[in-house]
Design a protein around this ligand. Structure first.
Ligand code: G6Q
Length: 558
């Protein structure tokens, strides 16, 4: 890589905190920080309709946030001063906005229609994208129709995706989210952890004759994935004692043809993608092969259409009506002005149980950075911590802290008007809980209200709810592949918006790289009976020695 910084980087640009809109927001914050959502709603009878926006089948109600029209105006001004529009254009046009890796960031091209033209390094990438999608389609159809069979001629019924991080979280989240659309006569498993338990449990009750492994790795050098892929090959060879079995039971998804063929997978059975697709943005690429097999090519394309609809909304809509921009700016408001540390994502849909975990990587790996684009340290907080669980389960565990704890935790509630599994009045109960929670969080319960219910004085403080807890509510008609696409793209672009304001590279991940290097070094030192010349700090040295001693039969107490 060249030692010169990219020309787009202007060293020593003024800090975000010097911008006029930031300063105006700081004074505005002082003026409204103590105002209660009860007052905001009392001031404007139509607030619940006014502070809303719609796009691509998603309805966003952001009225239960601690903002006024002036807050929004200033946040939009901040986005403008930070050049958000230019950054959006640069991403969609394939400019190398991942500056530390000098790469274009073109996950939006993965869902562009066939006739679109998107250039990266002077080449229109759309035909290549569709060529891979077409190959995936042919493969998925062949597999499901029984045209592609295993080594002994049996149909493939089990798909095991091997990958980690971006090569796992998207596929597993999408499979769980769209299970209702999936081939119910097939088994889908996802192995990511280098803990042997993951592989063993995923394969203990399936037959090698009917199993296809999809090894997903952009680099095809990731230790965990290669360790699991080797274990899978051995598992297959133990069953067949014939190396030719590999070609019928393994396919790869990667950008690294050389490593794929060194592993023993015929490049004819490899589905490619490109260095302009970041791992955590790759579920629409061939990394989504397991998703396509599960839900079928048509549903997969419908999911891509959902992504594309939100891309177009993000690219073309004025900021004050732009869902990802509004959500990104609200995150800045709580993170940087109220000092909130986390964001809870609370889907009221069991199928979205892995959605918070997916968003954790998307947000925290993208925006967990401390260096600005020009290398100067930021003097403000960057990514919030993202977490969450489906409702109503969370209500019976951690919501207590959100209602009555000492921290301010903004929440995103996600719900659907129609269920995929009608059962008695379950769905009304589910949604009633969603609405009740956002209402209770916003308005709370005053001590007067508690007293008027006959509560004794000593108990009142415990039964009082302060309220003024901000929430967004995202409503959609029904969880479909299309809707999932719009939801994921909504968060992708909200994360982009935040990164643009914080002036950081949202598309590199040097923190992940460091872990990958360190573990490789330590594993070499774990030879039988250990390496006497460990050169780490005294704590790490002692831990490695104790581990090796205990592993080799010495006992944990040495
Ligand atoms: C995602 C990260 C990271 C990556 C994994 C797997 O944006 O880069 O989570 O996806 O480390 O990498 P490979 O796909 O190269 O195995």
């Amino acid at each position: 890589m060249s030692v010169e910084p990219p020309v787009s980087i202007q060293p020593g640009t003024p800090s975000l905190t010097e911008f006029p809109a930031w300063k105006a927001l700081s004074s505005h914050f002082k003026a409204i920080r103590d105002k209660h959502l009860r007052e905001f709603f009392a001031d404007d009878a139509r607030r619940g309709e006014r502070f809303t926006a719609e796009a691509a089948g998603l309805y966003l109600d952001y009225s239960k946030n601690r903002i006024t029209a002036e807050t929004l105006r200033l946040l939009v001004q901040l986005a403008e001063e930070c050049g958000l529009q230019k950054r959006i254009a640069a991403m969609f046009e394939g400019k190398p906005i991942n500056s530390t890796e000098r790469r274009a960031v073109l996950h939006t091209a993965l869902r562009a229609p066939r006739d679109a033209q998107i250039m990266a390094d002077g080449i229109n990438v759309v035909p290549e994208v569709h060529a891979v999608l077409d190959r995936m389609t042919t493969f998925a159809n062949e597999l499901c129709s029984g045209g592609w069979r295993g080594h002994t001629g049996k149909r493939i019924r089990n798909i095991v995706n091997i990958g980690i991080g971006g090569s796992d979280l998207g596929p597993v989240m999408a499979y769980e989210a769209l299970r209702a659309y999936s081939q119910r006569d097939m088994v889908f498993r996802f192995v990511s952890n280098v803990d042997g338990t993951d592989f063993r449990e995923a394969t203990r009750d399936i037959s090698p004759e009917e199993t296809l492994f999809i090894v997903c790795s952009k680099t095809f050098t990731t230790t965990e994935t290669l360790a699991n892929a080797h274990a899978a090959r051995q598992w297959m060879l133990d069953a067949f004692d014939d190396a030719r079995a590999v070609s019928k039971h393994f396919v790869a998804v990667s950008t690294n043809t050389v490593e794929v063929s060194d592993f023993g997978i015929d490049p004819a059975n490899m589905f490619g993608f490109w260095d302009w697709v970041g791992g955590r943005y790759s579920m629409d690429s061939a990394i989504g092969l397991s998703t396509m097999i599960a839900i079928g090519p048509q549903n997969f394309r419908s999911m891509l259409a959902g992504f594309h609809a939100m891309d177009e909304h993000f690219r073309t809509t004025p900021f004050d009506r732009n869902l990802p921009v509004i959500m990104g700016l609200l995150a800045i408001w709580y993170n940087n002005f109220f000092g909130s540390e986390t964001l809870a994502v609370l889907p009221y849909d069991q199928y979205l149980k892995r959605f918070p975990a997916y968003l954790q990587q998307l947000a925290m790996e993208s925006n967990g950075k401390q260096a600005r684009l020009d290398g100067f340290p930021v003097n403000y907080q960057t990514s919030q911590i993202v977490w969450g669980e489906p409702g109503t389960n969370g209500q019976h565990s951690f919501y207590q802290l959100i209602h009555q704890g000492t921290r301010l935790i903004p929440c995103d509630f996600i719900g659907f008007c129609q269920t995929l599994n009608p059962l008695g009045n379950h769905h009304d109960l589910l949604m009633a809980n969603l609405f009740a929670q956002t209402e209770a969080l916003a308005f709370g319960k005053t001590s007067e209200e508690v007293k008027s219910e006959g509560t004794p004085d000593w108990l009142c403080p415990h039964r009082t709810f302060p309220g003024n807890r901000p929430t967004n509510t995202i409503l959609a008609e029904r969880l479909t592949p299309y809707t999932l696409g719009t939801l994921v793209a909504l968060y992708e672009h909200a994360v982009f918006t935040q990164g643009a304001i914080w002036n950081i590279d949202s598309f590199d991940q040097w923190g992940v790289e460091l872990g990958k290097e360190l573990a490789k070094r330590i594993v070499k030192e774990m030879a039988p009976m250990g390496d006497p010349n460990l050169k780490h700090d005294s704590s790490t040295n002692a831990l490695i020695r104790r581990y090796v001693g205990c592993r080799d039969g010495g006992g944990i107490t040495g």
